[in-house]
Design a protein around this ligand. Structure first.
Ligand code: FES
Length: 573
């Protein structure tokens, strides 16, 4: 951070030559006199609005509000669209395009006359993709999280996005939920603009950006339709102009301290396991060393302070009314780095000092947490040499130490074909193992790790079993689910060698996941194993499969690590 000597946009608009004429003249066709943008901070508003991303459907209006704030502060806003990733419509998984969207963001920012950036985000991947792209350019950047939907309301009770979907689906299998119930719930769950209102991945990502210091204080929990969200967007427009004037870059905020804070705070809110992958990828872009072991070392002993689904019972709207993230940050002030800088120029400790809690059932005191030691645990063992993760706070707690017989599904289609076959040899003590769902194998590492239990066991009243895979899991899901097994099965990880009938031992306390098969037998199996054929040899997917890294490294492309800064290598002539 330091005094800004020049505006980057001057390289476009400040020249008195032919290209200066071109840059200015074409912008005038929108009716802007040149004093609006010449010599003023030009602010790019990176908009993930799309009709195909319902969670971000309100962001077009929000861009206009940010623009008001930018104008008011003496800047000049230019909104631009980027690839938007809608969790509920894209097949087979938005994760397949997170890196592509990040490339869109990075290249658009660098190539254009922008001095500062506002990221408008919402649905799960729209946050990490835009952050990663912006980090590789490293201009002054602020995030406006789009905000959660209002609470779902179904027959007098609150229902939460995703979490209710899993519960209703299990109820259908158990025979306790009818088709009519399901249709009615469908009309009651998504009541307003905004993203999933459980502590799913979107809320986790919004919490993450606030914990990293990239939003104005308290921004993440405000519901999308609350007028205070619009005020926050306006103020963010004000602030980004000041940040440009102060030359406060993303790298000034995204320090090792900020990442450590985010890991601890994610544990205290019961955030999604997807947080691990996205945070590692973001750290890789800004050049901060964050590895899988950091999540266990810094986060696993943290208490759970937030009573939100899927780990608890409330929803994001309740969280906001209870005081939001500043309450949790203040409670953790002696545990986190309170002196970490945030985008408003103050430290995270200064921003949150004395934040009042208005509902202690939603946000519990530090000395009476909802659960002790609730952070994500990182497992190691011969079944996951490079690691795997589990979220103990979202499990039943009964199976965290368990030894069982493997029932193996070679891929997700195999699972769907056989899982409800009454003849499938499976009981509640078995361990369900899914292969072929990792970054390379699927490809795109979908959220299928929380495999639904067999119908015959659900009907018996069984609600949890151990499940292991190289997949991810929706942040709204729950269960004793071991995820992100690395190396994945399709690149020859030991997961590929598991056979039905093998015995597997999970011990979360000891952080171990062990396939109880002799090394001699594993060598025998490895010698006859062959990698599956790639699903395509052309286009983006082919590039994805060749360059995506494993889950423990954040699933970024190997050639995208780090950044290229904001300098444009060749001019437009
Ligand atoms: Fe968009 Fe959940 S589907 S946030």
């Amino acid at each position: 951070m330091g005094k800004k000597s020049y505006l980057r946009s001057t390289e476009w608009f400040g020249k008195d030559d032919k290209m200066g004429f071109v840059h200015r003249s074409w912008l005038r066709n929108q009716g802007h006199p040149d004093h609006m943008f010449r010599g003023k901070p030009v602010i790019g508003i990176c908009n993930t609005w799309s009709d195909l991303t319902p969670c971000n459907g309100h962001l077009r209006e929000f861009a206009e509000i940010v623009k008001r704030g930018v104008y008011e502060a003496g800047g000049f806003p230019l909104e631009f669209p980027v690839m938007s990733l809608g969790e509920t419509l894209m097949k087979p998984s938005t994760m397949l395009w997170r890196n592509l969207a990040s490339m869109d963001v990075e290249e658009t920012i660098r190539a254009n006359p922008l001095d500062g950036i506002v990221l408008l985000t919402g649905c799960d991947k729209t946050t990490p993709s835009t952050l990663m792209g912006a980090a590789s350019v490293n201009l002054p950047t602020i995030v406006v999280p789009g905000g959660p939907m209002l609470n779902g309301k179904f027959r007098g009770k609150d229902i939460g996005s995703g979490t209710a979907t899993w519960q209703l689906s299990e109820g259908m299998k158990a025979g306790t939920v009818s088709r009519e119930d399901l249709i009615e719930a469908e009309t009651c769950m998504s009541r307003s603009a905004g993203h999933c209102m459980t502590m799913g991945t979107a809320s986790t990502m919004a919490t993450m950006v606030e914990a990293l210091g990239l939003t104005l204080p308290g921004a993440s929990a405000i519901p999308a339709v609350d007028s205070r969200k619009k005020v926050m967007a306006h103020l963010s427009g004000n602030r980004i102009v000041e940040m440009v004037n102060e030359n406060m870059k993303m790298s000034d905020i995204l320090t090792r301290k900020a990442f450590e804070n985010a890991i601890r705070i994610n544990s205290a809110v019961g955030g999604s396991t997807n947080f691990v992958i996205h945070l590692i990828a973001l750290a890789g872009r800004i050049g901060v060393d964050v590895n899988l072991d950091d999540f266990d070392r810094l986060g696993s002993d943290m208490p759970l302070l937030l009573n939100l689904m899927p780990s608890g019972k409330y929803l994001m709207e309740d969280f906001y009314y209870a005081g939001g993230l500043p309450v949790i940050i203040d409670q953790l002030s002696k545990i986190i780095h309170s002196n970490a800088l945030t985008v408003n120029g103050k430290t995270i400790g200064e921003n949150c000092k004395g934040a009042a809690c208005y509902n202690h059932d939603v946000i519990t005191p530090l000395d009476k947490p909802l659960k002790e030691k609730a952070g994500i645990a990182v497992l190691k063992g011969n079944l996951c040499e490079n690691g795997a993760v589990i979220k103990p706070s979202a499990t039943s707690g009964k199976l965290l130490q368990h030894r069982g017989r493997a029932v193996v599904f070679e891929n997700i289609e195999d699972y769907h074909t056989r899982i409800d076959n009454p003849d499938l040899d499976i009981d509640e003590n078995c361990i369900m193992v899914l292969k072929g769902a990792g970054p390379v194998g699927y490809p795109g590492m979908p959220e299928v790790g929380n495999l639904e239990l067999p119908e015959k066991l659900i009907k018996k009243g069984i609600t949890d079993m151990v499940r292991i895979s190289d997949a991810r899991m929706s942040g709204t899901a729950y269960g004793t689910v071991v995820l992100h097994v690395s190396p994945e099965s399709s690149v020859g990880g030991t997961l590929a060698l598991v056979k039905t009938g093998d015995i597997i031992e999970l011990n979360v306390e000891k952080r171990s996941l062990t396939l109880l098969v002799t090394e001699e037998e594993l060598q025998k199996r490895r010698s006859v194993w062959t990698a599956p054929e790639p699903s395509t040899e052309r286009g983006y997917v082919s590039m994805f499969v060749k360059h995506v890294e494993q889950a423990d490294k954040g699933c970024d492309f190997d050639f995208l690590k780090g950044g290229s800064g904001s300098v444009v290598l060749r001019d437009l002539h």
